[in-house]
Design a protein around this ligand. Structure first.
Ligand code: BGC
Length: 272
């Protein structure tokens, strides 16, 4: 792919341009895990990045220092994606700081494990609000701004293998990710004529804080690894590379698709 071999920080006599040079990206939930890796990767490739986070700003600061260490540019902004005013403010900050926003990465997400019969209304709403309502209205804010100038754009949603696969104990999570899949498919059709693409990246079991509890139990992790044909959990950069590709010129003709990054997990079946 153009730019991968000779990136901004790659070897070579003359400093070459990263393949996302000139782009401006908003990445939600960029203070940790997959979102953090995506923000840093996009910045390494030359995009200016708005690092969205919620809660403590420590993680977001860490993301920004990694961006700077890679020679990139970014800004931190705290916005809760479930709050429509904050969602608007997040999109506005990209425009006021960098004059535009042409890449949106809907990454912020959460899961709450509970047996179906125990799930509370509060838990249900929290999962659906963060994972589905947030991406819906942030994408709407993104598209509204693009329409003002007839600009093209890319939306990349971080969904999950559970946009398709059942995950007992996580019904609301699966519903939110299944909803994200249909949002993506529907908007690919509705936004295509505007030159706006939308795709999902569906990670499997990745080493991130969302899996901290699972990873603290060696027998459960070993069992999970046995279900993964490649035999290991994924790394955040396995996901961020696909996102960088989807934000690049190389992916201009791709819309309405899900890219699974799961070491084969979703194709695996064991009888034991
Ligand atoms: C979930 C993880 C889970 C993985 C594979 C992800 O979407 O966040 O908790 O381990 O899917 O099942």
């Amino acid at each position: 792919m153009a730019g991968y071999a000779l990136g901004k920080h790659g070897a070579g006599e003359k400093e070459s341009m990263g393949f996302l040079e000139g782009r401006v990206a908003v990445v939600t939930g960029a203070g940790s895990g997959i979102g953090q890796a995506i923000a840093v990767r996009l910045a390494k490739e030359g995009a200016k990045v708005v690092v969205d986070y919620i809660g403590s700003d420590e993680g977001a600061k860490e993301t920004l220092s990694s961006i700077h260490a890679a020679g990139g540019e970014g800004v931190i902004f705290q916005a809760d994606v479930t709050d429509l005013q904050q969602v608007q403010a997040l999109m506005d900050v990209a425009h006021s700081t960098y004059g535009k926003c042409d890449v949106l990465v809907n990454n912020a997400g959460l899961e709450i494990k509970a047996d179906f019969w125990d799930v509370t209304e509060e838990q249900y709403e929290k999962v659906l609000d963060v994972n589905l309502k947030g991406p819906f209205f942030l994408t709407q804010a993104f598209v509204r701004r693009l329409r003002e100038t007839d600009a093209k754009g890319r939306v990349i949603n971080i969904s999950s293998v559970h946009e398709d696969m059942a995950f007992p104990g996580f019904a609301s999570y699966c519903m939110s990710k299944g909803g994200m899949r249909m949002m993506m498919r529907d908007l690919a059709v509705e936004l295509g004529p505007l030159g706006i693409t939308i795709n999902n990246v569906a990670p499997g079991a990745i080493i991130t804080p969302i899996n901290a509890k699972l990873m603290s139990d060696e027998s459960k992790t070993a069992q999970l690894r046995r279900n993964i044909p490649l035999g290991v959990m994924g790394h955040v950069d396995d996901v961020s590379g696909v996102v960088a590709f989807l934000a690049s010129d190389e992916a201009a003709y791709i819309t309405g698709s899900t890219f699974t990054v799961d070491g084969g997990l979703s194709r695996s079946y064991h009888e034991q």
